[in-house]
Design a protein around this ligand. Sequence first.
Ligand code: SF4
Ligand code: SF4
Length: 495
Amino acid sequence: MNIRAQMSMVFHLDKCIGCHTCSISCKNIWTDRMGTEYMWWNNVETKPGTGYPTLWEDQDRYRGGWEVSNGKLRLKLQGKIGTFLNIFFNPYLPTIDDYYEPWTYRYEDLFNSPDSDDQPSARPISMITGKPIEIEAGPNWDDDLGGSPFYAEKDINLNVLTESEKHQLFQLERLVFFYLPRICNHCLNPGCVAACPARAIYKRGEDGIVLVNQEKCRGWRMCISGCPYKKVYYNWTTGKAEKCILCYPRLEAGQAPACFHSCVGRIRYSGVILYDADMIERVASAEPTQLVTAIRDIIKDPFDESVIASARKNGITDQVIKSAQESPVYRFLKVYKLALPLHPEFRTIPMLFYVPPLLPVISSLRGNSFELRDEFFPTAESLRIPIKYLSALLSAGNEKEVIEIYKKLIAVRIYKRSSSVGDISRMEMKKVMDEAGISTDEAEEIYKLTSLPTYADRFSIPSFMRERVIETLEQTDVRKTETGFGFIKKPKRGW
Ligand code: SF4
Ligand code: SF4
């Protein structure tokens, strides 16, 4: 056993209201510089939909993540020879049109226009060329367009449905969408790190945050292709790659990342987990149906004496171990088994997990009015969004994993209805709870952690003793001159 600590995260999709506050707080702090205009380290997409950048999940097009070939785990992108041949032209990159052309407005037109009968308007101007543009796309252009033929119907996860299932999904009374907020997953087996020929991307030892060394980066952009989630971006001013840094300067000060802190729906939870680094290759190579179980298995019980001993041996402090014991992520993922990784079949072992959305029940048109089709509480099989679709998104096609979670989520709803409104008998409630395999105590805890969590319940952030870590690596007076993200001295291009 080789225990390491990792900052990991849970997003509860039922609570996301699609307000984009998270994206804006991130943008204001980290990507309001020249060269970063099109970057959204945090973005919120509507699902079903094509996302940002367009069709990022299509790995036939982008070749991100890993595959098992002849029993061996290898990057889907290319091997060493492929890297060498493609180094001056990487064919598997999204173009600016796949993101969107960033723009601003010519605000001075509002003040300088001559007198006229019409109100002046500010023309949109491309932030890349400085010329007027017609706006045709944006990072959340498909917002709320759950039934759109341009966006929703092109969602690649719908390929697992039959034509008739797809047709039913897009019936007006069945239309459905939910929000999927995305940041870098700070994976345990990151494709971006493995793809970088300059070894500029690394995983920080003490908390597993994946960072790009701006001095080492040569701008080859293999990391952008290697990341199947398309969460590395290219800064066209500095010629370097950039990505979500999980607000590590905030974490080091005991604060939650800005997108977590500002989240209006309070959907975001974060905390340390302890994992066994010796298992990474085995977990990443698991059969698709076993991937979710394997990812759960790599995360170890922070109360187990042998885990604690191995953690201490690796220099993990007691503060971090205590924080792992209090982590809401551990509870969602291992204790209640309610959260799933996004596209585990990309095999990067993502450390951001999602509680799937318990969408409204299906109603159908009877005469002139809509009526509930089933009882008020659906079964896992009668949910508005097909289990097959959710399992393509969150469990590498393993429908059982998704059904088990829905049984629990529905059981918690029925339990609360029974105890607070009283129109469901105790016998009926017990039957559902037994089927879902949860006790009333657990249902109460899940309810509290979902609906009434305080800041302390949502975030368990230890002191990472950065000063101690830095002392082992470099001179502290060098570090003293560096603050935040960016450069004290502008880096020289390598060509
Ligand atoms: Fe790297 Fe992408 Fe994983 Fe982030 S999500 S660690 S950028 S592979
Ligand atoms: Fe969803 Fe929270 Fe972001 Fe709003 S701030 S879009 S609720 S994740």
